[in-house]
Design a protein around this ligand. Structure first.
Ligand SMILES: *[C@@H]1O[C@H](CO)[C@@H](O)[C@H](O)[C@H]1NC(C)=O
Ligand SMILES: *[C@@H]1O[C@H](CO)[C@@H](O)[C@H](O)[C@H]1NC(C)=O
Ligand SMILES: *[C@@H]1O[C@H](CO)[C@@H](O)[C@H](O)[C@H]1NC(C)=O
Ligand SMILES: *[C@@H]1O[C@H](CO)[C@@H](O)[C@H](O)[C@H]1NC(C)=O
Ligand SMILES: *[C@@H]1O[C@H](CO)[C@@H](O)[C@H](O)[C@H]1NC(C)=O
Length: 317
């Protein structure tokens, strides 16, 4: 009886005090007004919907960006300690393992060559062992919901799922898989939701670090670049250029079971760069996201402006 009560109170204690570890990366923030605005929008909307008591921030960045983040947090009267991780020392420390990813996944585009865009697969090594789950996100987001609700989705992962990630909202991977799809006309790879293996957008990531640390399968891809090379050949995955999301996407072609697919309202991407570029017949099936459901996170990718709050509220009424 006593044991039951003790267990129960422990359970309630754990339930009520869930601290959410969040990670984001910032570079060149202090010298770029657009990035500054993105960051301020992201952090203000985060604090508006989630009690700061429940957040622990880990900020990967350069010296000047950290300074700007701290100043902003001070202005917003955020008083908790933040965990600052220096991007340059991380890059040096993990160079051996990050370089192969950069080499394989940044063929044409120069912007996504920065190691910054390849750190997420290594967070389970970067962060201390006592951190078991983190949410990592880009800074071009706006939160319209409590991040604790997102964190709860970790409990929906089944045994094999170790990364939570939303589908890419444009037919990017349909395009990159063009020659594979020619040879395999019945493949689901590159197909739209709900049944296709669409490919991912890494703007919002749920990383179950404990499970990732234990996954020999996942880690084998980080340690042995020839395994990635093999998949790139197998799927004719030519010209990937979008950083870590290319890595997760390629891995999902072979090991779909590793990924929990986040509902699209947790990463509502707004970029329409691929619209009018030959995929108009299928565009909607990639781009649409629960027209009648509330969006929880807007993602202004490819510099797309976020929708005004006011018009949204009007629209919702
Ligand atoms: C940061 O700025 C440096 C120097 O201007 C530039 O080379 C680099 O590509 C920038 N990185 C990012 C991620 O913006
Ligand atoms: C986790 O470990 C770090 C050192 O690796 C320590 O500084 C920190 O206090 C620990 N956090 C908790 C919640 O135990
Ligand atoms: C986890 O769920 C996915 C998708 O529903 C399924 O394909 C996979 O077999 C499941 N894995 C386990 C271990 O239950
Ligand atoms: C998706 O798969 C389900 C189950 O096999 C099927 O009933 C449904 O028609 C499929 N949807 C599309 C759009 O292909
Ligand atoms: C890396 O993977 C290849 C298969 O592509 C395998 O032949 C090789 O032995 C592996 N190397 C190591 C060091 O495990």
């Amino acid at each position: 009886m006593l044991k039951t009560i003790l267990l129960l109170s422990l359970f309630l204690y754990v339930q009520s005090s869930s601290i959410v570890d969040v990670v984001f990366t910032v570079k060149n923030l202090s010298t770029n007004d657009r990035l500054k605005l993105n960051f301020v929008t992201m952090i203000t909307s985060l604090f508006q919907h989630t009690s700061t008591e429940n957040l622990h921030l880990h900020v990967i960045g350069d010296f000047d960006s950290h300074h700007f983040v701290e100043q902003t947090l001070h202005t917003l009267q955020y008083t908790r300690q933040i965990d600052k991780l220096n991007i340059d020392s991380l890059t040096t420390k993990y160079q051996q393992v990050i370089q192969p990813l950069i080499r394989h996944f940044s063929s044409s585009h120069t912007y996504y060559k920065d190691p910054l865009f390849f750190l997420s697969p290594f967070l389970h090594r970067i962060l201390p062992e006592n951190i078991s789950r983190v949410i990592m996100f880009d800074i071009d987001l706006r939160f319209d919901d409590d991040i604790q609700h997102l964190y709860k989705l970790f409990d929906q992962f089944n045994q094999s799922q170790i990364v939570g990630i939303a589908r890419e909202n444009q037919p990017v991977y349909r395009h990159l898989l063009w020659s594979y799809r020619q040879e395999n006309p019945h493949t689901l790879l590159g197909n739209p939701p709900p049944n296709g293996t669409t490919g991912f957008n890494s703007g919002v990531l749920l990383l179950d670090l404990s499970k990732i640390r234990q996954s020999t399968l996942f880690n084998s891809y980080l340690e042995n670049a020839s395994l990635i090379q093999h998949l790139i050949h197998k799927y004719h995955f030519n010209h990937p250029h979008l950083g870590d999301q290319d890595f997760y996407t390629l891995l999902s072609f072979e090991h779909r079971d590793l990924f929990y697919i986040l509902p699209c309202h947790w990463n509502r991407q707004l970029c329409t760069w691929w619209k009018g570029k030959g995929y108009d017949d299928v565009w909607d099936s990639y781009f649409n996201c629960n027209n009648d459901q509330k969006i929880s996170i807007y993602h202004g990718n490819c510099n797309t402006p976020l929708p005004e709050k006011l018009t949204l509220e009007k629209h919702e009424l």
